[in-house]
Design a binder for this molecule. Structure first.
Ligand SMILES: C[S@@+](CC[C@H](N)C(=O)[O-])C[C@H]1O[C@@H](n2cnc3c(N)ncnc32)[C@H](O)[C@@H]1O
Length: 242
């Protein structure tokens, strides 16, 4: 099985086991988005409301963003939404919410590394929830995002910082500690070829430098530190200026 086949299987298994990030938007959250109060969570923070304030009527690609959460919220806020994701189980959630809430969402199964089904300049916004840790190379994804955005379009992405992958946990009689042992870039299968879990710790050079190299201008950055000190996530906003 190739990398993407493994990722798809892993995600589908997690969805079947009710992983927390596969929870759909609630009716209350959807109603608030309809009333002009769109809130898209970024762990215990939110995507700054300012970044999405003109979303009504805009063409939005929810990239690797299935699960019945972001796409329905954006549709309720008046955006014209396409969601593309590798996992059929995650897409089923968008289908179910769209049907229940009478939302018109274009739902596509596909790989974020290949956006050739979309013409250049198709979207005003791309929203990419945390998912780039499942692709071996982020740079081709950024190039494709740049191509399918209109000039003036906005690319918002969330990802785990490399610090998430630096350390291994060492058990000892005092309860254990983290030890920094891994160099970036990191790939889980370098350490456990027998295990089918595939995850990549990309460098900030790839995440930030990769967007800049495509021509994006990054004009927004937020971090979220979770309780575990190695769990640091970041969010960037980038604009295609020409
Ligand atoms: C952690 S979930 C994020 C989605 C979720 N709605 C959230 O709020 O965080 C990661 C998503 O990325 C998708 N994904 C992973 N690799 C992908 C790829 N190469 N192409 C498209 N989607 C991918 C998974 O199927 C999964 O739905």
């Amino acid at each position: 099985m190739n990398v993407f086949g493994k990722v798809e299987k892993n995600i589908n298994d997690l969805v079947e086991n009710n992983v927390y990030w596969a929870a759909c938007a609630t009716s209350e959250e959807l109603q608030k988005a309809r009333e002009g109060q769109l809130t898209i969570k970024f762990f215990d923070k939110e995507i700054p409301a300012e970044w999405l304030k003109d979303i009504k009527g805009k063409k939005v690609l929810c990239l690797a963003g299935a699960g019945g959460l972001q796409a329905p919220l954006l549709a309720c806020a008046g955006a014209e939404v396409t969601v593309l994701d590798l996992s059929e189980k995650m897409l089923e959630k968008d289908r179910a919410v769209a049907e229940k809430e009478h939302l018109n969402i274009r739902i596509e199964k596909g790989n974020m590394c290949d956006l050739s089904r979309f013409a250049g300049g198709s979207f005003d916004y791309i929203l990419n929830p945390s998912s780039l840790m499942y692709v071996p190379d982020v740079r081709p994804v950024f190039k494709e995002c740049y191509r399918v955005l209109k000039t003036g379009g906005t690319f918002i992405m969330m990802a785990p910082s490399p610090v998430n992958y630096l350390c291994d946990f060492v058990n000892d009689e005092n309860g254990g500690y983290y030890k920094a042992v891994n160099r970036m870039p990191y790939c889980s299968s370098d350490f456990d070829e027998m295990n089918d879990w595939v995850e990549y710790g990309h460098t900030m050079e790839d995440y930030i430098g990769g967007q800049i190299e495509c021509g994006f201008v990054i004009n927004g950055y937020v971090e979220c530190q979770l309780e575990d000190i190695t769990e640091l996530h970041f969010l960037t906003r980038a604009v295609k200026i020409k």
